[in-house]
Design a protein around this ligand. Structure first.
Ligand SMILES: N[C@@H](CCC[C@H](N)C(=O)O)C(=O)O
Length: 293
């Protein structure tokens, strides 16, 4: 049995996308982490799976797996690619697509130039909504002080469907993303682990951001991470509410808008890389260079 897949990316956050509306495949954690292996498999940050909806008021079910095989609630860059993929594969002819995820419904709106706007829903900031359960909560306004392997770290928390910690830094180029990101990602205060964003505020409408993603490591870009950083920045008064904020990541920029009480709106590009087939028994993948038009 051969399974067709498409390789895509959103600002370098790369995805393997599989249509399980017209194909059948049993997904196991082992298979996903093998497919996600950049040396032994196909390689991706996330696997995105398109499934038929489980409720009548949406178009698809959108499932997301990190490259370590863990299933997660949300992926912003993936949501944009998902919309382009279902159109390219002619699974939908709509410009506005509603999808159900583990953490709720997303509305995806495509334009004719490969950009997609996603209504990411409302951010949540309460510790039990993250979830964030530090042994002792030391909090000054909205900032928490966490002991990370003996080092005190000041961070903010936000849930964008998935959990995020946000750390404000002077310069993202010198931020210790690898060591600190890894230690916070699996810190006991985050029982479901966490994505860790390092944000540098350039001005009231521009941030630079690096994200150490849960279940992956540092990626070129993280859509939910950018939304969490912008929502935190607006809540803290670093950024302008209701205005277009440019979130600049290694892979490029996203445009994000938020006013407290409303959904976070994220707009950004998508790209097809190639299409391929693989055999789930032995991963013997074959890739063609012709992505859909
Ligand atoms: N790259 C994503 C986020 C993917 C999920 C994340 N690693 C998690 O475990 O929550 C994005 O663009 O939002």
């Amino acid at each position: 049995m051969l399974i067709e897949f498409t390789k895509m990316h959103g600002l370098g956050n790369d995805f393997m996308v599989i249509d399980l509306v017209t194909q059948r495949l049993e997904l196991t954690k082992e298979l996903i982490s093998l497919l996600g292996d950049r040396h032994m498999g196909i390689g991706f940050d996330q696997l995105l799976v398109v499934e038929p909806p489980m409720r009548p008021d949406v178009d698809f079910r959108y499932r997301i797996f990190n490259s370590d095989g863990s299933e997660v609630e949300q992926c912003g860059n993936g949501a944009r690619c998902f919309a382009r993929f279902v159109q390219a594969r002619k699974l939908s002819f709509k410009q506005r697509i509603r999808v159900e995820t583990k953490s709720g419904i997303l509305t995806l709106t495509t334009d004719n130039y490969g950009w997609v706007e996603v209504d990411m829903g409302k951010p949540r900031f309460e510790p039990d909504e993250i979830p964030f359960t530090p042994k002792a909560i030391t909090k000054i306004q909205n900032a928490y002080h966490l002991d990370v392997e003996g080092t005190p770290v000041q961070l903010y928390v936000a849930n964008m469907g998935n959990p995020h910690a946000v750390i404000k830094v002077d310069d993202i180029l010198t931020a210790d993303v690898e060591t600190l990101g890894k230690a916070i990602e699996s810190h006991p205060a985050f029982p479901e682990r966490v994505n860790v964003g390092f944000v540098q505020v350039m001005n009231q409408r521009h941030i630079r951001l690096r994200v150490y993603e849960r279940g992956v490591g540092e990626t070129q870009a993280c859509g939910t991470g950018a939304c969490a950083a912008v929502a935190t920045g607006i809540r803290e008064g670093w950024l302008d509410e209701g205005e277009e904020i440019r979130a600049q990541l290694y892979g490029g920029s996203l445009l994000i808008r938020w006013s407290p009480g409303y959904s976070v709106m994220m707009t950004g590009p998508t790209a097809f890389v190639y299409e391929g087939i693989f055999s789930p028994d032995g991963i013997m993948a074959q890739a063609g260079l012709k992505p859909p038009a």
